[in-house]
Structures are given as structure tokens and as C-alpha cells.
Design a protein around this ligand. Structure first.
Ligand SMILES: Cc1cc2nc3c(=O)[nH]c(=O)nc-3n(C[C@H](O)[C@H](O)[C@H](O)COP(=O)(O)O)c2cc1C
Length: 319
């Protein structure tokens, strides 16, 4: 069943390479409207050597009123349990299992969405970890690899486990990010799960949110992904029910400058430009003449060139 109630609760989706601890901290300084974030996945295998210090950095600094739910990508119970103990020691009360990653390379190893094709492995994993977990377990899932109804058969068995919540992105793995999130599939699965269900997929603007909310009036918890990258202030606009933010460009400029500065302090120059270009592939979509804007950014060869290109793009957008 979906959560009931009217006040939307919004979460930042995990986006590997983009919603880093640095991004989340800078985002929090410049914006609001989110309850917290699910972190990008930590990939675990039988040979993983987990270092608590690395996990602590992955979680980022704690902040009042802000929850962080770490996510793991694995089908191996022992490293998952080890990670669960580390995050519990670091103050987390939940660990999320990635059952949605659509990339073929990962699926082929029976991880992410690929684990749905091996129900015995999935349920043996859950049988092993659930009684021993020091934190709650939640999952993030797509409804299938090739079809939108593959998960349906697994739901009654998944309902036997104490899941804190289930985030559903209603697209198949084969679809990746093409086509549209399928509301009918979400509705059907939300009815079938006994755990609270969070909606994720295609909430790219306030108008999208209004449309999805009208279609899913009982839905309370929503996860914002690419929409937050296209428009970093989307959550506060949704909460305030505003389609326009008059000081959007100055706010974006300040957010961008801060993030670039933080990355420059932490990373080698090549990684800074890589990270910022990936973010800009989304940010540009929220600006007039987005393709031309991104063209300028992607030619930057250093953080300094990127800063200059971004300043020009934002100057032009404010004219
Ligand atoms: C660049 C990128 C990285 C992502 N990394 C993760 C990840 O680490 N874990 C995960 O569960 N989903 C990941 N996702 C999927 C998103 O969390 C989300 O489910 C998807 O983008 C659909 O939501 P949206 O339409 O609001 O973007 C990623 C998506 C993108 C675009």
C-alpha cells in the first residue's frame, strides 16, 4: 500500500558520480525541501575490503533534519552485513539494496535489476541477512528486466521480509531511461506491496510533480532524480508549489560556484572537470538553448576553463 496523507515527502535519488557527499552538502547549503538522500551505491563483492573511513566519507557529514540512507549493490550477504554494521556504528538506521541498476554489465553478474532474474539467489540473500541486520532494510527496484510485470510474481514473497520501504522506478531495465515511467505498473505494485512504497521516475519539473500527484493522490513519498540535476531547486519549488523561482539564476550561480570550489579543494583537476561536465549535461537542460550551453561547457579542459564557460553560459541565460 502507498503511504497516505497529503504533505509530500521528497528524497534525493542516488545518482552515482553526481549526488556525491560534496554535492549533497553544497546542495543543502543552497536549497531545501528534501527529507534526505539515498546515497549512490557502494558496490560489494565477496572480496570487498570495506574501510569504515571510506564509508564515513560516502555518507557525508550529518546535519540536523537530514537523513542519509546508504545503498549497496551486491548479491553477497557477508559484505552486505559487514557494511550494515559499519553504517550502524556511524549512526545510520537503514541500508538500501539496489535491485534496479539496469546496466548490462552489472545485470549479467546477477546484481541490481539482474538479481530479479535469480529469485532463489535473492531470497537466499534475504533469508541470510534479514535476521542478522543491525539496521532496517529497504529496496529500490525496477519492475522487470524486459517486461513491466516480472516483479509481480516476487512481491508476495518479498512481503514476507520486514522491508522499511520499497522505491519503485516503473521502467524496465531494457528501457534504461527511454520511454516513460509507467504509472499503471507503479499503481499495481504499490497495491501489492505491504511495505510503504516510494515513487521514483520522470519528476523533472513542478508541472510533472503536479501531474503525477493528481494521478497518484494517495502517494506521500517521492524520490527526485534527474529533475534535481536539471533544476537543483526543484524540491523547494515543489514544496512551495511554485513553477517559477524569480532569483533562479543568481541562486544557480552561487550553488555552482560553491560546488566547483569544493571539488577543486578535494579532487585532481581532471576529476573536477569530469564531475562538473556530467552535472552540466543535466543542468544545461534547464537553461534556454541548453544544447548550445552544454557544448560550451564540454570543451573546457580545466576547472578554470569550466568556470569561465559556466559564467558565460549563465550571463547569457540572464539576458
Ligand atoms: C547518472 C545516474 C546515476 C545513477 N546512479 C544510481 C545509483 O547509484 N543507485 C540507484 O539506485 N539508482 C541510480 N540511478 C537511478 C536514479 O536513482 C533514478 O532511479 C532514475 O534516474 C529515475 O528517476 P528520475 O526519472 O527522477 O531521474 C542513477 C541515475 C542516473 C541518471
Amino acid at each position: 500500500m502507498s503511504d497516505s496523507g497529503t504533505r509530500p515527502e521528497l528524497w534525493m535519488a542516488p545518482m552515482r558520480g553526481i549526488t556525491t557527499p560534496e554535492f549533497r552538502a553544497v546542495w543543502r547549503k543552497h536549497s531545501g525541501g528534501l527529507r534526505g538522500a539515498v546515497t549512490p551505491f557502494i558496490a560489494l563483492s565477496r572480496t570487498s575490503r570495506l574501510r569504515p573511513e571510506r564509508v564515513r566519507r560516502h555518507l557525508g557529514d550529518p546535519a540536523p533534519g537530514w537523513r542519509v540512507i546508504p545503498q549497496a549493490l551486491t548479491s553477497d550477504s557477508e559484505p552486505f552485513l559487514e557494511l550494515a554494521h559499519i553504517v550502524a556504528d556511524l549512526g545510520c538506521d537503514e541500508l538500501n539494496l539496489n535491485l534496479g541498476c539496469p546496466w548490462k554489465k552489472i545485470r549479467k553478474k546477477g546484481r541490481g535489476c539482474g538479481l530479479l532474474a535469480h529469485p532463489d539467489r535473492l531470497f537466499s540473500f534475504l533469508d541470510t541477512v534479514c535476521p542478522r541486520l543491525p539496521v532496517s532494510l529497504s529496496i529500490k527496484v525496477r519492475p522487470g528486466i524486459e517486461r513491466l510485470d516480472e516483479l509481480d510474481a516476487l512481491v508476495p514473497r518479498l512481503n514476507a521480509y520486514p522491508l522499511a520501504h520499497v522505491t519503485i522506478h516503473p521502467r524496465t531495465a531494457e528501457q534504461m531511461y527511454t520511454g516513460c515511467a509507467d504509472l499503471e505498473t507503479f499503481r499495481r505494485l504499490a497495491q501489492a506491496f505491504t511495505a510503504p512504497v516510494w515513487y521514483n521516475g520522470d519528476l523533472l519539473s513542478v508541472r510533472d510533480f503536479r501531474r503525477f500527484r493528481a494521478a497518484l493522490p494517495r502517494q506521500r513519498t517521492w524520490m527526485l532524480g534527474r529533475g534535481l540535476l536539471i533544476h537543483p531547486f526543484l524540491a523547494e519549488m515543489i514544496v512551495g508549489d511554485r513553477t517559477v523561482l524569480p532569483d533562479y539564476l543568481p541562486k544557480l550561480r552561487a550553488f555552482h560556484e560553491d560546488l566547483l570550489r569544493v571539488y577543486c579543494d578535494e579532487l585532481p583537476p581532471r576529476s573536477v572537470t569530469g564531475r562538473m561536465k556530467e552535472l552540466w549535461s543535466y543542468l544545461a537542460q534547464g537553461l534556454p538553448h541548453g544544447d548550445a550551453a552544454f557544448d560550451r561547457i564540454k570543451h573546457a579542459r580545466s576547472p578554470e576553463e569550466l568556470r569561465e564557460a559556466a559564467a558565460r553560459v549563465l550571463d547569457e541565460a540572464s539576458r
